[in-house]
Write a protein that binds this ligand. Sequence first.
Ligand code: B4P
Length: 187
Amino acid sequence: MLNIVLFGAPGAGKGTQSDLLVAKYNLNHISTGDLLRKEIADQTELGKRIKSIMDSGSLVSDDIVVEMIDKAIASDTQGILFDGFPRNVAQAETLDKLMAKYGRSITCMVSLDVPNDELIRRMLERAKISGRSDDNEETIKNRLKEYENKTLPVASYYEKQGKHIKVNGVGKVEDISASIIAAIEKL
Ligand code: B4P
């Protein structure tokens, strides 16, 4: 059973590539960003608590996302694509423990490599249609800072386990998908 972590900076194309990968490998798509945005859209108690954090571009607290991930793994029977999780080393360690609890493990971590100027360009472009309150210049800067300070070390975490696959995330969406699939097929 494939259990893949799709990794990259904000705007690297994790959501975009996830759609293609879940269809190809029939995986369960777990996007913490989507799950959190749904809480906000549904105006749940949790949604009200996290809205200002997400609007500022900061990460929400680990216990909130970990609880969501635990439930998602417990109910999965087909393999999972983790999109936007883990976002820091503590979440990566917790994910390993959770997977072990259910007798499973992470197969690999695919990292999309995109330079900062392209990330900013994409998110500002998306801002024109997304309606996402975190797609604005000031918040984007904070999201990239959070990524560099807290998320980037996750790549070394998987590198040490020999599970890190780096893919060029610039170019046509289909070409990037083809590179990811080629890397997975080699495993
Ligand atoms: P996410 O929802 O994960 O959002 P993201 O990183 O901005 O997006 P992604 O990389 O998926 O970009 P996309 O494919 O859409 O996180 C949002 C917030 O949620 C975080 O800031 C945080 O507050 C919170 N959060 C989520 N997970 C958390 C966790 N685990 N712990 C704590 N907090 C958490 O691509 C972007 C744009 O680029 C799109 O418009 C797309 O069309 C375009 N694009 C994609 N591929 C392209 C290509 N090859 N060429 C040109 N454009 C491309």
